[in-house]
Ligand binder design. Structure first.
Ligand code: C2E
Ligand code: MG
Ligand code: MG
Length: 735
């Protein structure tokens, strides 16, 4: 009996085990025991369906929440991981995930394995988006763009609408670019995702096409294996258990949240102009602050400098200030003729002792003010100690010293007498007249030393008055100022004339041309030598006025001769000082010959050799341009000492004027002959013509002839002569 009971119990237990085994077999098959945790792979690029919550690091969204509820209903706990595969199809083959979602329907995996899908979790509306409002053709004829991660959806759509053309893109910006570039008619995505994506400010031009809406299912998928089937079966039970209200609540929760977060590009797009304005404002403000600080610093420095450079008592410059001002003025005005005076009150100590220091101070202030009344901004005055004043004064003509005595010195002399005391003031002054060297090499202390030497001379020999350190310079300065002041009148009145010195061919005896040389017969000073007034005009920058005048006279004469049937050739001088950047000399000459209707070859332009050494680039440029216009260019005064023979290879002149004046004893001494013969040979080898000028005697002419140099100019043949005489000679030679 006991045996039978025990056998019954054993059988019951056996059957129970068998029944339990039958029920749990599929779940155990997966890993040897039933699974309660599911790992589901999802895409996270489709907020609000699936997205990564940056704060929690968890995957959230409508899909995630609904799935979590379904899994819970089925007794699963679920965790989501982001699929790394390009498409959900390929994710199906990855055993890392127990299931993958979402799928509209079951599609084969990328490895062509069959799959199964769960019940539908919810219906996801799909809609098209276009740029602006557009009327679209029917879905079947449409070209749409989609995200590559939606390959599964795309396949479902292709099966639903066989005529549709779908292009896949990696990212949403790429989709939008394709749409904007008209590569596709519209973009297709789930409406919930659009409601999120279209919050991006720069997508404001995109419009949802509500008429083209359709819905897709949203299911979990996995490989069609016993384990897969078990998972799907269990999940289905959980999905069915989700109520509609619960489903709507989840959808409403996510679609009403403002999940879109602006990134930098959104801020730039939305608030770009504000940022630019802000940046501009900041830059302007910074610049303003920097400038203000710099101005303040400069003002401070300037104030400091003024304190250092100003004499407190009188308001004139201190020694430092005077030195600096003189340097600046001489540098800026090399054309102004200046003198420097050193002035000293001989009886200043007596004045201080007898009338008091303040009376002395008053006198110094008076002197300063009186001087400044008559001085311009181009002059300077300084008090370098006690009663010693130094002045940089512009030379304004012969009368100037007397004028200054009258206007400034005498009132100082009689300052106290005029105020009712008997103390007359004695002033000793020394004057240094600046030379051109002083402008090139500015040394204020040296100039003051010279002025002081002259002042000492006065102090030692007499009571009062002034003396020049260099009276001859003063005379010269006077003459320079006078000559410069006279030029304009001289050109207008005809005191300045163009004379001609004929040039000959020694072999044939013919006159082959002439050089125009200016002559000035001044009404008071008589004949002025070009050697004197040309350098003066060059230094005071007036030579161009004279040269323009001479060139014009020459052109007029050439024109007159041309009208009489004589084509003549004249060389004119172009000073090195005429040449300066911006003054277009070649055009000037070209306009001249056009005005007078001459051939450019009739005008030969002489440029002194020294000019080529001083400003080679400008000179070479000018020469080339002149030659382009058809003028002949001659290098004047060749051999004057500047000769750098190699220069000839760079300068494209037509003719060299070898000046015998510079070759002492040429024609007479053996050395001179050798030099001349070599220069002639060299010019010949270079293919440059040669004329010898300054030919004074037969022996020079014969020697030149023996060297095959036949063109000559010099007193031996003709001296420079007025135009009438020149015409007479030409008439005689060439009737
Ligand atoms: P230059 O251009 O070399 O002119 C030749 C100078 O030599 C002239 O002096 C002429 O009178 C002088 N001369 C001619 N044959 C002989 C001779 O056989 N022996 C000697 N000892 N001298 C002779 P001038 O007219 O006194 O001119 C001197 C310089 O002044 C000229 O030298 C030229 O550089 C310059 N000059 C003359 N007129 C003008 C002008 O209108 N404009 C410019 N910029 N410079 C001119
Ligand atoms: Mg000349
Ligand atoms: Mg010459």
């Amino acid at each position: 009996m006991k045996k039978r009971k025990t056998g019954k119990r054993f059988l019951t237990a056996f059957y129970c085990v068998i029944i339990m085994k039958l029920f749990t077999a599929p779940a155990l098959a997966a890993g040897g025991h039933e699974k309660d945790d599911l790992i589901i792979g999802v895409p996270i690029d489709r907020c609000p369906i699936f997205y990564m919550n940056e704060e929690t690091g968890e995957i959230e969204g409508i899909g995630a929440d609904l799935m979590r509820t379904a899994a819970k209903n089925a007794g699963y706990s679920v965790s989501f991981i982001s699929v790394k595969e390009d498409t959900l199809k390929s994710a199906l083959d990855n055993t890392k995930y127990d299931a993958v979602m979402p799928f509209g329907s079951a599609i084969p995996s990328a490895a062509e394995k069959s799959t199964i899908v769960s019940q539908n979790l919810f219906r996801t509306p799909f809609t098209l988006v276009t740029v602006g409002k557009r009327t679209l053709p029917r879905l079947n004829n449409l070209c749409v763009g989609m995200l590559r991660s939606q390959t599964g959806v795309a396949e479902t759509i292709r099966s639903l609408y066989p005529g549709i053309d779908i292009s896949m893109y990696e990212t949403m910006p790429e989709c939008v670019r394709a749409l904007r570039e008209n590569s596709v008619d519209a973009l297709l995505h789930n409406s919930y995702v659009w409601s999120y994506v279209l919050q991006k400010p720069s997508y404001r031009d995109l419009t949802v096409q509500p008429t083209t809406m359709f819905s897709m299912d949203f299911r979990v998928g996995t490989l069609d294996t016993p384990e897969g089937r078990d998972i799907i079966n269990r999940l289905d039970r959980g999905i069915i258990a989700i109520t509609d209200t619960g489903r709507q609540a989840v959808i409403l929760d996510y679609t009403t949240r403002h999940l879109y977060r602006y990134d930098l590009s959104d801020y730039l797009y939305r608030y770009g102009w504000v940022m630019v304005a802000f940046a501009l404002l900041s830059v302007t403000f910074t610049l303003f602050v920097v400038k203000k600080q710099r101005d303040l610093r400069r003002a401070g420095e300037e104030q400091m400098r003024q304190i250092m450079e100003q004499d407190k008592l009188t308001g004139v410059l201190s020694m430092d200030g005077f030195r600096r001002s003189v340097e600046v003025l001489l540098h800026d005005h090399p054309d102004i003729q200046y003198l420097i005076s050193y002035n000293n009150i001989r009886n200043f100590k007596f004045i201080n002792d007898s009338l008091g220091r303040s009376a002395g101070d008053e006198l110094l202030r008076f002197w300063s003010q009186k001087s400044m009344e008559y001085m311009t901004d181009e002059e300077a005055i300084g008090r370098i100690s006690g009663d010693h004043f130094v002045i940089l004064r512009r030379i304004n003509g012969e009368e100037q010293m007397d004028q200054d005595e009258r206007d400034i010195i005498n009132p100082v002399r009689t300052y106290f007498v005029d105020r009712g005391t008997k103390n007359s003031i004695q002033i000793c002054s020394g004057i240094y007249v600046l030379t051109s060297e002083d402008y090139r090499n500015i040394d204020v202390d040296r100039m003051l030393d010279y002025a002081r030497v002259a002042e000492e001379r006065v102090r030692k020999t007499r009571k009062d008055g002034y003396e020049f350190y260099n009276p001859e310079q003063w005379e010269k300065g006077q003459r320079v100022t006078y000559i410069c002041s006279q030029l304009e009148d001289a050109l207008r009145s005809g005191e300045v004339q163009a004379w001609y010195q004929p040039q000959v061919n020694y072999k044939t005896g013919e006159i082959i041309g002439a050089e125009a040389l200016c002559r000035w017969n001044h009404s008071k000073l008589g004949w002025l030598r070009p050697a004197e007034f040309i350098p003066i005009l060059e230094e005071s920058d007036m030579i161009f006025e004279l040269d323009k005048y001479i060139w014009e006279r020459v052109c007029r004469d050439l024109r007159r001769w041309k009208d009489q049937g004589d084509i003549r050739y004249v060389s004119v001088n172009l000073s090195r000082c005429d040449m300066r950047e911006g003054r277009n000399i070649p055009s000037h000459f070209y306009n001249l010959i056009r005005t007078y209707d001459l051939d450019p070859s009739q005008l030969r332009i002489e440029i002194t050799e020294s000019a080529y050494v001083e400003k080679p680039e400008l000179l070479i440029r000018t020469t080339v341009k002149l030659k382009e216009f058809g003028f002949q260019v001659e290098m004047d005064d060749f051999g004057s000492g500047y000769s750098s023979l190699h220069m000839l290879k760079d300068v494209p002149v037509d003719r060299i004027k070898l000046d015998l004046k510079f070759m002492s004893g040429v024609g007479d001494s053996e050395k001179g002959r050798i030099i001349v013969s070599h220069i002639i040979q060299m010019a010949r080898s270079l293919g440059i013509n040669m004329i010898a000028e300054g030919v004074e005697n037969l022996s020079q002419a014969s020697y030149l002839e023996s060297q095959d140099c036949f063109e000559m100019q010099g007193f031996y043949f003709y001296k420079p002569m007025p135009v009438k005489e020149f015409e007479a000679i030409m008439e005689q030679k060439n009737p």
